[in-house]
Design a protein around this ligand. Structure first.
Ligand SMILES: C[S@@+](CC[C@H](N)C(=O)[O-])C[C@H]1O[C@@H](n2cnc3c(N)ncnc32)[C@H](O)[C@@H]1O
Length: 215
């Protein structure tokens, strides 16, 4: 009887030890017969993260132009159905969507951050549900706007930073047609005199909107 008990006891100990070892090795990254099986999910995840990052650092952080200022910018530029409005650094797409929805223009939003492009597309879907006619009048492009083709654009909108505006002045204005309007929220284009300037009260602050008509 004592021998039988000892045998059962030893059998239980051996089984538990085997189960514990199995659990350890199955969960260990070193255990896989083919290490790729363990590494692959992490590699895929980091690739996905990389693909959702901008191709380079943006020239300005993401901040939204308040809707009251968006409307005023587009009014100052006298946007019409015949215009092609391009927002350089389009964030959640609000300026492009307003240009098409409120002023009937064609609109392009160029944004370097893929997550914001996805957000713009979501906003666009909601806008199309309300105003189906804008469906073919807006597009969002994930791109560095310094590399964009702006040939057909007649109105450019900006809400960037002073240094980025200067780079736009030096690298982009010469590519635009005469008569193109450039409109900027908050920041000027260095010493380039604006054609028009207006103030707008946003909360308890007064902001400036600048308009240039290119010659
Ligand atoms: C201050 S936010 C303005 C967003 C939107 N235009 C608005 O007025 O609500 C500036 C945006 O420009 C984008 N941006 C900055 N540099 C860029 C570049 N070189 N090409 C494309 N987008 C850029 C940023 O990711 C950010 O969303």
């Amino acid at each position: 009887m004592a021998t039988l008990m000892r045998f059962v006891f030893m059998a239980v100990i051996t089984c538990s030890t085997l189960l514990a070892c199995n659990a350890f090795f199955v969960n260990s990254p070193l255990s896989s017969p083919n290490q790729l099986e363990t590494v692959a999910p992490a590699t895929v995840a980091s690739t996905v993260t990389k693909e959702s990052e901008p191709e380079r650092l943006p020239d300005a952080p993401y901040l939204q132009t308040p809707m009251a200022a968006v409307q005023k910018m587009l009014q100052m530029a006298n946007v019409k159905e015949t215009d092609v409005v391009c927002d350089l650094g389009s964030g959640d797409g609000r300026i492009a969507i307003a240009a098409a929805q409120m002023f009937g223009a064609k609109a392009i939003g160029i944004e370097i951050d893929p997550e914001l492009i996805r957000e713009s597309d979501r906003e666009l879907k909601l806008a199309i549900a309300k105003t189906p006619t804008i469906r073919d009048r807006i597009k969002f492009i994930q791109q560095d706007f310094f590399k964009a083709d702006l040939r057909d654009v007649t109105v450019v909108t900006l809400y960037l930073l002073p240094e980025a505006n200067l780079r736009v002045r030096n690298e982009i204005l010469s590519k635009l047609k005469a008569g193109t309007k450039v409109i900027s929220y908050e920041y000027d284009l260095g010493d380039l005199p604006p054609s028009q300037m207006e103030k707008i009260k946003i909360g308890d602050r007064e902001q400036t909107i600048y308009l240039w008509v290119l010659s």
